[in-house]
Ligand binder design. Structure first.
Ligand code: HEM
Ligand SMILES: *[C@@H]1O[C@H](CO)[C@@H](O)[C@H](O)[C@H]1NC(C)=O
Ligand SMILES: *[C@@H]1O[C@H](CO)[C@@H](O)[C@H](O)[C@H]1NC(C)=O
Ligand SMILES: *[C@@H]1O[C@H](CO)[C@@H](O)[C@H](O)[C@H]1NC(C)=O
Ligand SMILES: *[C@@H]1O[C@H](CO)[C@@H](O)[C@H](O)[C@H]1NC(C)=O
Length: 337
């Protein structure tokens, strides 16, 4: 076992000890335990076991992103979906089996893509350093690298040492992934249950500065907000007219850029649009309904603040771990036999 994986193992032990032994203190200790677990990830788990690992992930990810810039949004969202269900354990990558429907086949999987890129990276890493680099780490690194491609440098640090989980259930994806119809209190509660703050919620929603959304996930705001054929009054009417040209009716399922005019630029323009009441989903608009959240929105329109804060919040999100001992998968789509 590599040092960082020994630490992960000890972390799992510590968690079950603390949680098991002091039931009454569970809730007050939970925060500390997850921060302890967070610290078990290290700067470069593969420094001696596979020194070329990070380079390989970057090379393959950049090569694909250069041909398909939409990949950045796909991999960033995939990492988020991985981390919010059972922690960042690569469970999003597992295929369904005869007796189990996996996370990736749950309804919110809509438009997830890039699994083939993760597979290609994994194949290369297996040929160079067999059973060493976890699929969960590959996804965390590839998400960073795909977004970073347009800058030609890494936009945030990724710690490594995650293990791959053996369980992936569609029902857990449904239960843990926030819906685009969520209110602020629902979003706050969902993030808080993962150890993430309101600040993290607002900063990470900035991920919507790249990529697309499907009409049917927001068309209620255009055509039937309260069931009376009405429009969401909190939605900018200029933006609403624009969205109606892309989504001509309630049933339309086409895809629309989430940050029009700047849809592939990883920049703070999402927050500029949000302040003009032009967030695509109700969950975006919800960030304006809370005073604390709104303060962060105001700060995040500054590119320096956005980049620095995104880097911090990605570390927090990437550190969501379950503490359950896992494995290093050989094939990211199937648990080791
Ligand atoms: C706050 C709660 C969130 C909700 C309710 C939410 C919801 C959604 C929805 C409904 C879509 C559209 C999917 C589609 O139509 O194909 C989407 C896309 C996306 N989300 Fe989120 N999301 C949230 C947070 C995040 C976070 C934390 C990140 C990453 C840091 C993220 C990154 C993305 C990206 C990059 C896309 C574009 C995907 C693409 O182009 O295919 N989202 N999100
Ligand atoms: C996983 O599922 C994909 C898509 O259904 C399929 O192409 C691939 O062969 C599967 N891989 C494994 C290892 O089962
Ligand atoms: C998403 O799940 C549906 C079933 O709910 C499945 O048909 C589809 O192939 C899945 N998409 C991906 C990318 O796994
Ligand atoms: C709008 O919503 C109401 C209430 O949910 C529903 O009865 C009606 O059929 C919807 N209109 C359309 C066009 O779907
Ligand atoms: C609506 O968006 C436009 C830009 O498209 C902006 O100029 C205007 O201020 C916005 N209105 C509101 C009420 O936010």
């Amino acid at each position: 076992m590599k040092l960082c994986h020994v630490l992960t193992f000890l972390g799992a032990f510590l968690t079950s000890f603390v949680l098991g032994g002091r039931g009454g203190l569970v809730s007050s200790l939970l925060g500390e335990v997850s921060s302890v677990l967070g610290h078990l990830l290290v700067d470069n788990c593969y420094q001696t076991s596979c020194p070329q690992a990070q380079e390989i992930v970057r090379e393959i990810t950049w090569s694909h992103t250069s041909k398909n810039p939409a990949l950045a949004a796909k991999l960033l969202r995939m990492h988020f979906h991985d981390c919010f269900v059972r922690g960042c354990d690569g469970s999003i990558l597992l295929n369904s089996t005869a007796d189990n429907t996996a996370e990736k086949d749950a309804i919110p999987n809509l438009s997830l893509a890039g699994f083939d890129v993760i597979d290609e990276i994994k194949r290369k890493l297996e040929s160079e350093c067999e059973k060493t680099v976890s699929c969960a780490d590959i996804l965390a690194l590839a998400a960073r690298d795909a977004v970073s491609y347009q800058f030609g440098k890494s936009m945030w640090d990724v710690k490594t040492g995650r293990k791959d989980g053996k369980i992936s259930r569609d029902t857990e994806a449904l239960a843990n992934l926030p819906s685009p119809l969520s209110s602020f209190s629902t979003l706050k509660q969902g993030f808080s249950s993962k150890g993430l703050s309101v600040r993290d919620l607002v900063v990470l929603s900035g991920g919507h500065t790249i990529g697309i959304g499907h009409c049917n996930l927001f068309s209620n705001r255009l055509y039937n907000f309260t069931g009376k054929g009405d429009q969401d009054p909190s939605l900018n009417s200029t933006y609403a007219s624009f969205l109606k040209t892309k989504c001509p009716n309630l049933a339309a399922t086409s895809q629309v850029d989430m940050d029009p005019g700047s849809a592939q630029n990883f920049d703070p323009h999402y927050f500029v649009g949000l302040k003009q009441n032009s967030g695509m989903f109700q969950s975006d608009a919800a960030l304006l309904t809370d005073a604390e959240a709104r303060q962060y929105v105001d700060l995040l329109v500054d590119p320096k603040v956005f980049n620095a804060e995104f880097a911090k919040s990605m570390l927090n999100m990437g550190a969501i771990l379950t503490g359950n001992a896992g494995e290093i998968r050989r094939d990211c789509r199937v648990v080791n036999s």
